[in-house]
Design a protein around this ligand. Structure first.
Ligand code: 3HC
Length: 296
């Protein structure tokens, strides 16, 4: 199997846009697809701001910044966005039917040798791979938020993923400067989110039962355990709705009440307080995204 030289990322949300810039910064011609004008505009603004900060901090020269930006091409037509890709990374909304119908299209629109992947945190490969029509060439590539910063990428193989696909995706992940970890056998939540969820569930238990406040729990995680941010700060960063829908999906499958989203998270999602992206979640944020108070 030949090396991955051209990448397409489908979905220009927070994850997709940063994944695309990571690829472009690593020297790979990259296309970033989204139908939504607002998503493209937001991605352009935030990626350019990140590039500018990198130049200011001496992490990139202006020539490197310009070269990376030139390698990143926005495209609002799916067929042309993926036509010459060696690898497509799907990063659209965490809804199974949306992902499956997109993957079915990608199976038709890409060259037969192209590898297909999903950045999903919710679905194991066997729920998605058959939709592509070439499950041997499919695996999950699960990046972490913020993708420009976090080193880890979980390469999740499904029962039908070929060894050559795994090898190519592991090589690709290293080529873009990330540290791949391989899941030999699929399991919901993969590695990192299973551990994170256990921590998160315990934090919510302590909060809902009146043992400690949001900020005390976050502070303990930072100052006692050395976490870079506490579980509530992290939910605000990744989006409270993301965890909510992941849990709802898991509950629909297992029927296990411990898989249900917590009352606190459900109330925040129903109010539309989804974290940093809406300016309010477990904390409130000012116009510059600075945390100003505990909101719950
Ligand atoms: N996008 C891009 N860059 C960002 C960013 C963002 N959203 N947030 C922070 N950064 C950059 C900052 O610009 C800064 O870069 P600099 O070198 O130019 O200054 C650098 O990260 C460090 O940021 P700060 O100095 O502001 O703050 P911290 O030192 O606290 O770092 C953090 C921020 C990297 C987010 C760190 O707090 C951290 O590692 N937090 C934990 C993140 C985490 O656990 N992510 C995994 C979430 S789970 C997940 O993604 C799974 C999915 O399935 C939901």
């Amino acid at each position: 199997m030949s090396a991955i030289e051209r990448v397409s990322v489908v979905g220009a949300g927070a994850m997709g846009s940063q994944i695309a810039l990571v690829c472009a910064l690593a020297g790979l011609p990259t296309k970033l697809y989204d139908v939504n004008d607002a998503a493209i505009e937001k991605a352009t603004t935030s990626l350019q701001a990140w590039l500018e900060r990198s130049v200011r901090k001496g992490r990139l020269t202006t020539a490197e910044r310009d070269a990376a930006w030139a390698r990143l091409q926005f495209d609002q037509d799916l067929a042309s966005a993926v036509a010459d890709a060696d690898l497509v990374i799907e990063a659209v909304v965490e809804k199974l039917e949306v992902k499956r119908s997109l993957l079915e299209e990608l199976g038709r629109l890409t060259v037969p040798e192209a590898l297909l992947s999903s950045n999903t945190s919710s679905f194991v490969p066997s729920r998605l791979a058959d939709a592509t029509g070439r499950p041997a060439q499919f695996a999950n590539l699960h990046f972490f938020n913020p993708a420009l910063v976090m080193a880890c990428v979980e390469v999740v193989r499904g029962p039908e993923t070929a060894d050559a696909t795994v090898a190519a995706m592991m090589d690709f992940t290293k080529r873009i400067g990330k540290s791949p970890v391989l899941l030999e056998k699929e399991i919901p939540g993969f590695i990192a989110n299973r551990i994170l969820n256990a921590v998160r569930d315990e934090a919510i238990y302590l909060l809902e039962n009146g043992y400690a406040s949001v900020s005390s729990i976050d502070t303990a995680c930072r100052t006692a355990l050395g976490y870079p941010m506490g579980p509530f700060e992290l939910m605000d960063l990744t989006g409270i709705d993301i965890g909510y829908y992941t849990k709802l999906g898991r509950f629909a499958e297992t029927g296990d009440p411990t898989d249900k989203p917590s009352a606190t998270v459900t109330a925040l999602v129903e109010r539309g307080d989804l974290g940093r992206k809406t300016g309010r979640g477990f904390y409130a944020y000012d116009g510059e995204g600075k945390k100003i108070e505990e909101a719950t």
